[in-house]
Design a protein around this ligand. Sequence first.
Ligand code: SAM
Length: 212
Amino acid sequence: MRIRNLKNKKEILDSSKYIISDPSKYKGKWNKLFGNSNKICVEIGPGKCTFIYEMAKLYPNINFIGIERIDTVLAYGIKEMENKEFLPNLFLINYDAFKIDEIFDSEVDTLYLNFSDPWPKARHEKRRLTNFRFLEKYDIIFMSDKKIIMKTDNVHLFEYSVVSLSSYGYKIIDLSLDLHSKEDYNNIMTEYEKKFAKKGCKIYMLSAVYYK
Ligand SMILES: C[S@@+](CC[C@H](N)C(=O)[O-])C[C@H]1O[C@@H](n2cnc3c(N)ncnc32)[C@H](O)[C@@H]1O
């Protein structure tokens, strides 16, 4: 994601009520921080957080946590969110999800991967968020059945993910090769999804579960 630098990004992140700056402190204790026992859903790479904010607003009885490694993009998202209603069921972390096992312990219900970077070169395969290296990390975070919901415009990343998840033991329980063609689909669009859909690109979606 190419994005203009934001001079006061540190100030924005430091002063936001959404940001958790020391996430490892809450490992195994996120429900305490939320102050309830509602289920926890995590999005890796929320970008400017349009999807996760809308989801948190629509589902006040579910807790949401976004993990975004680029501080600038997160700061832009927070700037926009500061003008909107405050949502107590949403926290954001400026962090690399490769270390996700250091911040959650058997407490996540569902993981969302929306328009993840495709890393098309073979030598970068291990950076894809559905690579085995990541799937092993995710094992630590789920409370019970492991649930991953993924959307992308990139057919290569999609095919790769179907194979990677299936060989790891996940069952693909829902799959669409053209999500927006469904008339009655219930879908919150991400920022990238809106851009790609406008260009007429097909949106691929899968829902995968590993039953414990
Ligand atoms: C292509 S953007 C999509 C943003 C948003 N999900 C959307 O659909 O509009 C992918 C985002 O994932 C983030 N990302 C990629 N790898 C990550 C990782 N290992 N940990 C945290 N964030 C990551 C990137 O910084 C970027 O903001």
